[in-house]
Design a protein around this ligand. Structure first.
Ligand SMILES: C[S@@+](CC[C@H](N)C(=O)[O-])C[C@H]1O[C@@H](n2cnc3c(N)ncnc32)[C@H](O)[C@@H]1O
Length: 246
């Protein structure tokens, strides 16, 4: 009904990478442009690195993601290395100046073991002095409570590249500890379900997150609670972190 490659294209329609319009993208873009070697972990369709290259980044760029269809879309740009794999597969000793995990990709790391192993691999992929920039949704904002068809702000109507009129929204199945399991549901305008995307995301709090970072050998340099660079509060909405490998 709706193929993996359709789904990858849909992701870009729903989440266009635009540093001038989206403050989150505007946070990362100068970091990427200012680093001579960048690994984007959980790069998805590769929009961030693709734009960096289009805008004149001449250094080493590598996108890493386990989703083959997303990477296939990223490969439209062939002067960037696109590698299949999870965060834990980040290449040790690669000497990157900057590692990123954008679009809340960090929240796909569900268990303590996966968080530890992923942070160790990212640390190992950086050169001494290299930085890791990423964000995770603050659990205090309870974002998942708004991921429901009852919330009109969570429902997006759009027309895809093939001219199909579509509706996309979310519904939560469970909240177990700090892991939220939910579905992204894609329908046509009559309500016929075309595709269901099941996903689980972890909502780590600030103390636990910083404990994992310290355990992996990172020093937190900057931490913000929102894209306007406000301090981290009790209610989020974000925990935006720039950590350094000493
Ligand atoms: C919401 S998308 C974000 C994509 C892109 N970074 C962006 O900002 O648009 C989350 C991505 O994380 C990837 N992912 C899932 N598990 C992962 C893991 N263990 N390590 C790295 N990436 C993972 C998914 O395949 C997906 O492409």
């Amino acid at each position: 009904m709706y193929s993996d490659s359709d789904a990858a294209a849909l992701y870009d329609l729903l989440n266009p990478w635009d540093p001038e319009r989206n403050t989150c993208d505007g946070f990362y873009h100068p970091l990427v442009m200012g680093a001579d070697a960048v690994i984007d972990v959980g790069c998805g369709t590769g929009a961030m690195l693709t734009l960096a290259r289009e805008r004149g980044h001449r250094g080493r760029l590598l996108g890493l993601d386990p989703d083959g269809a997303a990477l296939e879309r990223a490969r439209r740009r062939d002067d960037i290395a696109w590698v299949g794999g999870r965060a834990v597969d980040a290449p040790r000793g690669a000497g990157f100046a900057l590692a990123t995990m954008t679009g809340h990709a960090f929240q796909t790391l569900l268990t303590d073991d996966e968080v530890r192993a992923s942070l160790a691999a990212i640390h190992g992929a950086l050169r001494p002095g290299g930085r890791f920039a990423f964000e995770t949704r603050h659990p205090g904002a309870r974002a998942w409570e708004r991921w429901t068809p009852a919330n009109p702000d969570d429902v997006t109507d759009l027309v895809d590249g093939a001219g199909r009129a579509l509706r996309y929204g979310h519904d939560v199945d469970s909240v177990v500890g700090d892991v939220v399991t939910f579905r992204g549901v894609l329908t046509d305008t009559e309500g016929t379900v075309l595709r269901v995307f099941g996903e689980s995301l972890r909502f780590l709090g600030v103390a636990a997150l910083n404990g994992f970072l310290a355990g992996a050998g990172f020093v937190v340099e900057e931490q913000y609670g929102d894209w306007d660079l406000a301090a981290v509060g009790e209610a989020g909405p974000e925990i935006i972190t720039v950590a350094r490998r000493p």
